[in-house]
Design a protein around this ligand. Structure first.
Ligand code: ADP
Ligand code: TRP
Length: 321
């Protein structure tokens, strides 16, 4: 069975763009692959400076994954910091990483050129820690968003370099980018993103969901006229979740005229309730049983750590530690 591994930063409450673009796929993988998902809290230290916030975001993200259907019997779910071997492997890899490779990484270049805040050494070596996360588990596939592809390429370069220096150790992981997933639009028609304030929360309450949907930007077609579905944010958001038949039905209503954006938003609200309510209910249940969530993370860490210790023992022996 092929192995997949992916990491997710605990950076706040996920939105439906995160769900459709990444989380849903992570959960689907458990049916097909041996799957590892970890919460990249060491990476989040490059941006989050408040301890309690980081701790809360980390367990909340575990809750989110369990609520959308991640099955801990099938997927090894763990906190990166519960497997401190990652940092040791990162150090060893950093000793064979050319500075120039890291200087060319987009995430670093962006931070440096914007010069908003002083970019940290942690941000600079971020891709090396990510390479350690990956190589530790010798996965076949690493599902990532487009913005992370370069980091997986760096990982492959480092694996190759390590193998050349010390003998065959790491298989080269393939980045797996889901080209089918479109960029989910936000309530203003731009890419949905936490940083643009245009999100629909995956786990808000009913009032919040309603508010977010009512706030979707639409044009000013008069009620009686046909509406342009192709350029409509409500229609786009609806189509991410609806069946082809349901999409066709909504399209017909748009084209017939006399429908109006109020009704379109009502259809979207109903659809989102249908899809999201079961996740939201499950999350409420789980939140009442945080001991269970902790147990899942501990068990995941035990499994992951056993793998990590095997790889690290091999690496230590090869490099002469
Ligand atoms: P944000 O832009 O809200 O901060 P992140 O950059 O943390 O989101 O992305 C986390 C994951 O969710 C990545 O795998 C990314 O590709 C995916 N993702 C984020 N926004 C979208 C979107 N609008 N459409 C599709 N996928 C998205
Ligand atoms: N850098 C990734 C992101 O921001 C998260 C991450 C850390 C990761 N380590 C990883 C993803 C290893 C895949 C594999 O999205």
């Amino acid at each position: 069975m092929k192995r997949v591994l992916s990491g997710v930063q605990p950076s706040g409450h996920p939105h439906i763009g995160n769900y459709l673009g990444a989380m849903k796929r992570h959960v689907a993988h458990q049916e097909e692959f041996e799957s590892f998902i970890f919460i990249a809290n060491y990476h989040a230290l490059t941006t989050t400076r408040d301890g309690q916030t980081l701790r809360d975001f980390t367990t909340e993200l575990a809750l989110d994954y369990l609520a959308i259907g991640l099955n801990p019997e099938k997927t090894t779910l763990f906190r990166q910091s519960d497997v401190p071997e990652h940092t040791e492997l990162a150090w060893i890899l950093s000793c064979i990483t050319p500075m120039g490779v890291l200087e060319r990484c987009h995430a670093w270049k962006d931070a440096e050129t914007k010069k908003k805040k002083e970019p940290s050494a942690g941000l600079f070596t971020y891709p090396v820690l990510m390479a350690a996360d990956i190589l530790m588990y010798k996965p076949d596939l690493v599902p990532v968003g487009k913005d992370q592809k370069q980091h997986v390429e760096v990982t492959r370069d480092l694996a190759l370099k390590f193998n050349n220096l010390y003998g065959e150790t790491f298989p080269l992981p393939e980045p797996s980018i889901n080209e089918e997933v479109q960029t989910v639009v936000g309530t203003d028609g731009e890419k949905m993103s936490k940083s643009y304030g245009n999100t629909i929360a995956l786990f808000g309450d009913d009032a919040q969901l309603k508010k977010e949907i009512m706030g979707i930007v639409t044009n000013s077609t008069p009620l009686e006229e046909p509406m342009d579905f192709e350029n409509c944010n409500v229609f786009k958001l609806y189509s991410y979740f609806a069946t082809p038949e349901e999409i066709q039905t909504l399209k017909d209503k748009y084209q017939a005229g006399g429908f109006g954006y109020g009704n379109a938003k009502k259809s979207l609200l109903e659809k989102l309730h249908e899809i999201l309510d079961p996740f939201r209910q499950k999350r409420v249940e789980l939140k009442g049983n945080m001991d269970y969530v902790e147990t899942v993370l501990k068990n995941g860490a035990n499994k992951a750590r056993a793998e990590a210790q095997k790889t690290l023992a091999e690496v230590r022996e090869k490099v002469g530690l």
